[in-house]
Design a protein around this ligand. Structure first.
Ligand code: G4P
Length: 527
């Protein structure tokens, strides 16, 4: 049995965020290659017999759209650390999910395409990072092909994101003719050699100055000048500003050819902070060696149609989790068994026997759990609420075939509990709830899942609303009586006031300062 404090210290839990196509999937694969875990995929998703096809059914929609909706968690060991890598949805419409995943991560890696720099999606996801106050590393990918000038990319990061980029490695050779990288900490120049599509670890050679100049001539001299310039202007990695989100250590590389991947992984181990005592709802902190407590950051059902299973993804925040213990769900105070807890990764085991702060568990059929809940043993825990994102798209949903109403109701409740979409009700109640989304693609997912998982085909009709604020029971009736405003209730007891326009909302705010109308995260859109 290990000490949770010692184990927590070896954990590095982070998420990758990137614009679709920047190379997140490729980089994840390469991390696994360098972590020695390639070929062993996420345990929960792939472990059970027959799962693969069921899983790919659910992925059908993602494939059709070429985006990643669901997130997975992978774990591998690297150096003396246990690395937990959380995947995030790549599309802005799912930024609320990204936020929740980041609530379970201690840092993020932002992947940029060297030819594209900061793309709109990156910016939006970055803002979610900032909202969450999470430190992040930057990986400038695809250096094996033509792209922007490295100094220009640094300027772009600085100007667009308003953070100071502090390169850890610096590329030798222009994009498209990538020779290697200089590590600014050690001054060592490492040359890489290509392998076929990077299927094996890229051979590396540490080159001294004389042979660098002989072999890489002007590229080497240019890199040296640029590194000198960076030194002169003080662009060096600073742990304090990095942790505060004010600077970002930058790595250059090519995930496809594996160039620079090892340096990035070393950066994760050296720079990403290990799990710290978690802040609780009352402002105190849960010590790492307190009894087990975990945060539910994602609930997902429908990974297996035949089983109708529901998995709660839990980030361990304190203590030692041992499979089989009886835990308590904070919200209902009900006990549940963790006999079927699963580790959310491969690593030669399908079920989690033990886990420590920073690790992620999958609790199967823990039906009492919702996103944001705590689970614990012995000593109660409650985490601060995860903020709801401001929905900007509102559609009324009805079941097409009324004989399927029961399935429809169940499906809607399920999507709401998972946080896949916000479900609002007015006097039409369950007959025709309003689905509220941060991005329209959430409607597609809801539609697809209601039909495919619950057999309830729906029709959606548009509504005039474009913006929402959180209100309460006192202000609700007065707002509801106004023209162009509707107050609807969520199942979790919160009330949202929906407005037809921002202009109208601002007028109501100006005329009635006494009414409660609270902003939600990302109102007016991210970016
Ligand atoms: P994503 O998860 O962020 O959406 O990106 P993904 O890894 O799927 O990569 C998107 C495309 O970019 C893929 O090409 C991938 O091979 C390519 N790519 C990733 N990293 C690098 C890199 O370092 N250099 C180069 N040149 N390409 C890279 P694809 O054509 O869509 O797929 P495939 O046919 O190559 O598999």
């Amino acid at each position: 049995m290990s000490d949770p404090i010692v184990e927590a210290k070896r954990r590095r839990t982070f998420a990758i965020i990137s614009h679709p196509d920047a190379g997140k999937t490729t980089l994840t694969e390469k991390f696994l290659l360098y972590g020695g875990a390639l070929g062993k995929e996420a345990g929960t998703v792939k472990a059970r017999e027959g799962r693969r096809s069921a899983t790919s059914d659910w992925m059908e929609l993602e494939q059709q759209r070429g985006i990643s909706i669901t997130s997975t968690v992978l774990q591998f060991e690297y150096r003396d650390c246990v690395v937990n890598l959380l995947d995030t949805p790549g599309h802005r419409d799912f930024s609320e999910d990204t936020y929740r995943v980041l609530a379970a991560a201690d840092a993020a890696v932002m992947v940029l395409d060297a030819a594209k720099g900061i793309e709109p999606q990156t910016l939006k996801l970055f803002e979610v990072c900032r909202e969450r106050e999470i430190p992040f590393l930057t990986f400038i990918n695809k250096w094996d092909r033509p792209g922007k000038d490295p100094l220009q990319l640094l300027d772009e990061i600085e100007e667009t994101l308003v953070v100071e980029p502090t390169p850890v490695t610096w590329p030798v050779g222009i994009p498209g003719d990538f020779r290697g990288v200089v590590h600014r900490g050690t001054g060592v120049y490492t040359r890489f050699e290509r392998t076929a599509r990077g299927s094996t670890i890229a051979p590396e050679e540490e080159v001294d100055e004389a042979s660098a100049e002989a072999q890489d001539g002007e590229w080497w001299l240019q890199a040296k000048d640029e590194v000198d310039l960076l030194d002169e202007i003080g662009r060096v990695v600073d742990q304090k500003t990095f942790l505060a989100g004010e600077s970002t250590p930058v790595f250059f590389g090519s995930a496809l050819t594996n160039f620079g991947v090892r340096f990035l992984l070393d950066g994760v181990v050296d720079l990403v902070p290990p799990p710290a005592p978690r802040i609780l709802a009352d402002g105190s902190r849960r010590a790492l060696d307190d009894p087990f407590a975990g945060l539910v950051f994602k609930v997902q059902a429908g990974m297996d149609k035949s089983h109708r299973d529901r998995i709660a993804f839990v980030r361990v925040c304190s203590g030692r989790f041992e499979r089989g213990i009886t835990a308590i769900a904070e919200r209902t105070e009900r006990q549940f068994s963790t006999k079927y807890a699963q580790a959310m990764f491969g690593q030669d085991r399908d079920t989690a026997d033990e886990a420590y702060p920073g690790d992620v568990l999958g609790l199967v059929n823990a039906n009492d759990l919702r996103v944001g809940d705590a689970v614990y043993v012995d000593k109660p825990a409650s985490f601060p609420d995860l903020p709801a994102f401001a929905p900007e798209h509102f559609m009324r949903a009805r079941v097409k075939d009324t004989s399927k109403f029961k399935q429809f109701r169940k499906g809607i409740a399920q999507l709401d509990e998972e946080g896949a979409i916000q479900v609002l009700r007015d006097e039409m109640g369950d007959q025709a709830p309003i689905l509220a989304a941060v991005g329209p693609m959430q409607f597609e997912v809801a539609n697809y899942r209601l039909q495919n998982e619950f057999g309830a085909e729906i029709e959606m009709t548009s509504t005039p609303y474009t913006i929402a604020r959180k209100t309460d029971e006192e202000s609700g009736p007065q707002l509801n009586a106004m023209q162009g405003v509707s107050v609807l209730r969520r199942d979790n007891g919160t009330f949202l006031a929906l407005f037809e326009s921002k202009y109208w909302m601002d007028r109501v705010l100006a005329d009635h300062p006494e009414l409660t109308l609270e902003r939600m995260v990302a109102e007016g859109g991210l970016g």
